[in-house]
Design a protein around this ligand. Structure first.
Ligand code: BT5
Length: 323
């Protein structure tokens, strides 16, 4: 065991109790600076350790550690997630991913953070990430496609998320157009896709998703606790976030390759089935405009074809509510 592993071992054995830096340094025969550096590395790799100048260090949770080392061990993808950038806290994984992609980060790089101070939803809305309980992940993708096809990747992501839910035996969810996963009407996950492109060619796409995994929704901020839900609350048991992410990355990579090989239709079919949206009456809010109608079909790009009092309309952005 190296010093970092020895420190982790000490913290795990005395879980729930504080261990002073001095105590650890005496036991291991290393300097307090070395203890402090190793503790910071453990934090950077996903361990939740609370540190106090008076009390020392305490492992908050090792039960559901989101560890990149663990992830690497169980990941079965070819390229996706083979480069991981991990933060304990950052502004937004999408912002970070965009920034490193601009500097040349490779296809498949994944940015993860335990918490986000400025997690982004669509249209300047906020996304709240529950540290140690939720997942905030952004993937850098460099598909060789025309920009008009990039929005399809949001649907590819929703399908991949839904396939993970199928695999863990959660079947009470539905995909809500365009980017949410709902369980019994409450939001468990959201997807935010951003892109850098010129007229003919995509430079990169950032696909970010946030999902409430082991979140206790009562502890969420006031403004979202009644509209949010978590996988744990629906299933009645905790799920390993690392395993969830490894499975997701595998499913996404498979669907992404299918999409690149030209079979978006197959993915769209799954999306339509899991969204249960056909023939539903909805209200669509597009910025400050509202439209009412019945969803008659979903076109090849994943846009809704809505039958309204004024004929068929194609809806390619906005928020929907079932009525
Ligand atoms: C979304 O936007 O649902 C996209 C969310 C994407 C978040 C991920 S996390 C990783 C990556 N990095 C980022 O900075 N963002 C992405 P939208 O459809 O606009 O929904 C936003 C709304 O969802 C908010 O206005 C809240 O009402 C609600 N919301 C926020 N946090 C939530 C949570 N944890 N659970 C459920 N609902 C939430």
């Amino acid at each position: 065991m190296n010093n970092r592993e020895k420190i982790l071992d000490l913290l795990q054995k005395s879980s729930e109790e504080w261990l002073s830096g001095e105590y650890i340094s005496n036991i291991l025969g290393i300097s307090r600076t070395a203890v402090w550096k190793n503790i910071n590395t453990l934090k950077d790799t996903g361990y939740q350790i609370e540190s106090s100048s008076k009390l020392g260090h305490k492992l908050i949770s090792s039960k559901n550690v989101l560890s990149t080392a663990e992830l690497e061990k169980i990941l079965t993808t070819d390229t996706l997630g083979r480069e991981i950038v991990f933060f304990n806290e950052t502004d937004s994984t999408n912002v970070q991913a965009f920034s490193i992609a601009t500097k040349g980060a490779s296809h498949g790089t994944v940015v993860i953070s335990e918490s986000q101070s400025m997690g982004k939803g669509r249209l300047q809305r906020k996304w709240y990430t529950d540290p140690g309980k939720g997942l905030a992940v952004s993937m850098i993708l460099r598909p060789v496609i025309e920009p008009i096809y990039a929005p399809r990747l949001t649907l590819v992501t929703a399908v991949a998320l839904s396939e993970v839910l199928d695999e863990i035996g959660l079947n009470t969810y539905e995909i809500k157009w365009p980017n949410d996963i709902l369980i019994k009407g409450k939001k468990a996950a959201g997807i935010l896709s951003e892109m850098k492109a010129d007229i003919d060619r995509v430079d990169f796409v950032i696909i970010g998703f946030g999902i409430n995994i082991n979140t206790v929704t009562d502890l969420l901020p006031h403004e979202i606790k009644d509209i949010a839900c978590s996988l744990m609350e629906e299933l009645g048991f905790e799920i390993s976030r690392t395993e969830f992410l490894a499975t997701f990355l595998k499913k996404f990579e498979e669907s992404y390759n299918e999409f690149l090989s030209g079979n978006f239709a197959g993915i769209l079919e799954k999306w339509i089935e899991k969204s249960k949206i056909l023939n539903k009456k909805i209200k669509v809010t597009i910025l400050d405009r509202e439209l009412y109608g019945t969803v008659r079909s979903v076109n090849d790009d994943g846009n809704l074809i809505l039958e309204t009092g004024e004929g068929l309309k194609t809806i390619n952005s906005g928020d929907i509510n079932y009525i």
